[in-house]
Design a protein around this ligand. Structure first.
Ligand SMILES: *Cc1c(COP(=O)(O)O)cnc(C)c1O
Length: 426
């Protein structure tokens, strides 16, 4: 496979950008390869600067649920851009996207838009602290909520990929108020919450940033109950799971209502959008209605709003989730069959997200994910790349499906996996 241009660009990039990338996992460091520099993306495919085409299971880390470059989305973005790129004043599309989200997720009364998932969780936590007048925050090992100080402790995604438990640059005092528990460990949560002064508990309702790890039956119910009993706000971080595990996210899949929810990824359709949503009395604590300050020069940017709005409109109108699941269900049951017959691999999925783990049984928490055979994962990643399939370059990541992934595409994944298993003598 040719990669001359990617190699050259990476060398050049290393001179001007730390590590040559603007987000660490893109560097392909953990799989020991030169990163792929992308020229363009269309439908289920990514095309690199050397002319290679890849079947894409990264989908810009989730947002491209319609596939890349949907013509109607592009048209809406173009038309909106022609009217001006940013106003720094309120504009109609913000109202429309907020109404759309409320309409799709009826437990939400109000939404505040920001520019990323990180900003969304940062705002949610400040809001929870302001509202409850408490200091502490509880999170789970292996859950990733963006890169702001309070939550960058025992985080998943790139932090786990690079084996960083917490990071220099964050004062000890800042993380003193951050408590951590293992995912699926209710006993730990109960102890922490009963000690008091916990403003909020933030959780990925299905974890996606240590690979897909599912809540065990009763776990989310238990969190809801303990939060209610102790006056702790429950935050569902749905930046990844929103519109991906179910049309109505975790609320739809598990029937549990959080006090605050955070969104990103799919709601921007590929443009930088994040959001915080929740009940009116909590959301109205945000300035200018309430005392908790939060702001953004580009928040609610019209072009980004147009992109998110058109994406959600198509998602709803064309029943995108069900359509993906029709193909996904067959794919997942074949994968499950394959994994149960071969030692050393297992598999977890939720809605349109999945992770293949190089471990006998599907992990329930970060400690178990850490027991995977990472060398074998790297081999698998490389093998798939050489065969024109782009996976997230880390065992600690979720794979994504889009509307454009066909039955043949999913069969290709299965066939290649079978070939890899044989090659490895597994
Ligand atoms: C991606 C992600 C974030 C961070 O979003 P950014 O837009 O990268 O800042 C936060 N929480 C979860 C669950 C995520 O998957």
């Amino acid at each position: 496979m040719k990669n001359k241009n990617s190699v050259f660009l990476f060398k050049r990039s290393m001179q001007s950008i730390p590590g040559g990338v603007d987000s660490p996992v893109r560097a392909f460091k953990s799989v020991g390869l030169n990163p792929v520099f992308v020229e363009r993306a269309e439908n289920q495919y990514i095309f690199d600067v050397d002319g290679n085409r890849y079947l894409d299971f990264v989908l810009t880390w989730g947002p491209a649920i319609l596939g890349h470059s949907h013509p109607e989305v592009l048209k809406s973005v173009e038309e909106t851009a022609k009217k001006g790129l940013s106003f720094g004043m309120p504009s109609p599309l913000e109202v429309e996207l907020a109404e759309k989200i409320k309409d799709m997720l009826p437990y939400i009364d109000k939404v505040r838009f920001v520019n990323s998932g990180t900003e969304a969780t940062m705002t949610a936590i400040r809001l929870a602290r302001g509202y409850t007048k408490r200091n502490k925050v509880l999170k789970f090992n292996g859950c990733y909520h963006g890169h702001h100080d309070a939550l960058l402790v025992q985080a998943g995604s790139g932090v786990a990929t690079f084996g960083i438990p917490s990071t220099p640059g964050i004062p000890e005092d800042t993380v003193k108020t951050t408590l951590t528990c293992e995912y699926n460990d209710l006993t730990c949560v109960e102890k922490a919450l009963r000690k008091g002064n916990v403003a909020c508990l933030i959780v990925e309702p299905v974890a996606g940033n240590m690979g897909v790890v599912k809540p065990e039956p009763g776990f989310l119910e238990g969190l809801r109950e303990l939060c209610t009993q102790t006056g702790t706000l429950l935050i569902f971080d749905e930046v990844m799971t929103g519109f991906r595990i179910h049309k109505k996210g975790a609320f739809g899949l598990f029937g549990i209502t959080p006090d605050i929810a955070t969104f990103g990824k799919v709601i921007g359709g590929g443009m930088p959008v994040g959001a915080v949503g929740g009940k009116k009395d909590i959301m109205d604590y945000l300035a200018p209605e309430g005392p908790v300050y939060q702001a953004g020069t580009l928040s609610g940017n019209p072009v980004a709003m147009a992109c998110g709005l058109k994406t959600l409109e198509i998602y709803e109108k064309e029943n995108v989730f069900d359509s993906i699941m029709e193909r996904a269900n067959k794919f997942f049951s074949e994968l499950e069959g394959l994994c149960s017959n071969v030692k050393g691999i297992s598999f977890n999925y939720a809605g349109t997200m999945f992770t293949l783990f190089f471990r006998d049984t599907a992990p329930k928490n970060l400690t178990e994910v850490n027991q995977c055979n990472f060398e074998r994962f790297s081999g698998f990643f490389k093998f798939m790349l050489e065969n024109g399939v782009l996976l997230p370059p880390s065992q600690y990541e979720a794979n994504f499906l889009s509307l454009k992934h066909t039955e043949e595409d999913l069969n290709l994944y299965i066939d290649l996996l079978k070939e890899f298993i044989e090659k490895e003598g597994m």
